[in-house]
Design a binder for this molecule. Sequence first.
Ligand SMILES: [Zn+2]
Ligand SMILES: [Zn+2]
Ligand SMILES: [Zn+2]
Ligand SMILES: [Zn+2]
Length: 311
Amino acid sequence: MDVDDSIECISTSDDSLLSSQFSSTQPYFNNKSSNGVHRTTSVHQLLECPVCNNSMYPPIHQCHNGHTLCSTCKTRVHNRCPTCRQELGDIRCLALEKVAESLELPCKYCSLGCPEIFFYFSKLKHEAVCNFRPYNCPYAGSECSVVGDIPQLVTHLKEDHKVDMHTGCTFNHRYVKSNPREVENATWMLTVFNCFGQYFCLHFEAFQLGMSPVYMAFLRYMGDDEDARNYSYSLEVGGNGRKLTWEGTPRSIRDSHKKVRDSHDGLIIQRNMAVFFSGGDRKELKLRVTGRIWKEQQNQESGVCIPIDCS
Ligand SMILES: [Zn+2]
Ligand SMILES: [Zn+2]
Ligand SMILES: [Zn+2]
Ligand SMILES: [Zn+2]
């Protein structure tokens, strides 16, 4: 009886050791059946790059002595095998590549909620467009490398970029610039709106469109494109008895600020018109932009063509 107990005890601790090692190196397989786990664990250890410990995918390289390494590490090791210090050369390890291609792997954003599982190459394609992938910081005007989900980015915009936050679906904004002669690419502003439980970025900026200086205002939706299509917005600017209006669908922040700007998907105001709206003394730019965001009815036609994709 004592012997039985101790055997049982050993096998239990072995199991838990195995699964804890496993989950630290490869958390993705936790959902698989225990059979699947045990088989893929060893294959996965084979596919672990000995240099960076990441999983290796084609192209997988090896030295003359058969030591393998991933393609990222290969570019960093100056043609020396990190394991045996021999010259590395340019040898692919096709057998291991085939093994890697045959494995089904979860999307790399599975920890963010994506349930999808793919073979390697379709996994790469999916990950480029996965709805669970983090968003880039929507702040324009500086190279900001922060990524995250929407609540994280809202906090980041507030705290790190000191962006103005507004609640409500209508707005009335005044942009004042002392010298309207100066139009530089770097002149821009961002305001974040919170309405319908969603966040929207209102961009306003001055830039050179061809030969003419213009001002542009547009809205981006902090979320994915398919959800952005549930909303519409209008912008209006005017003065001296004239006005310009724009009505559009906010673009997802998946589309970069520059991409939206360069597709002219927003309210564009020529500088001379902007000066006219300002009161015409040409000393100061004073633009009053009013706007509204509303929710469209559900089940609208999908696959709406975005201007930049139509050209
Ligand atoms: Zn590596
Ligand atoms: Zn070697
Ligand atoms: Zn995914
Ligand atoms: Zn940022």
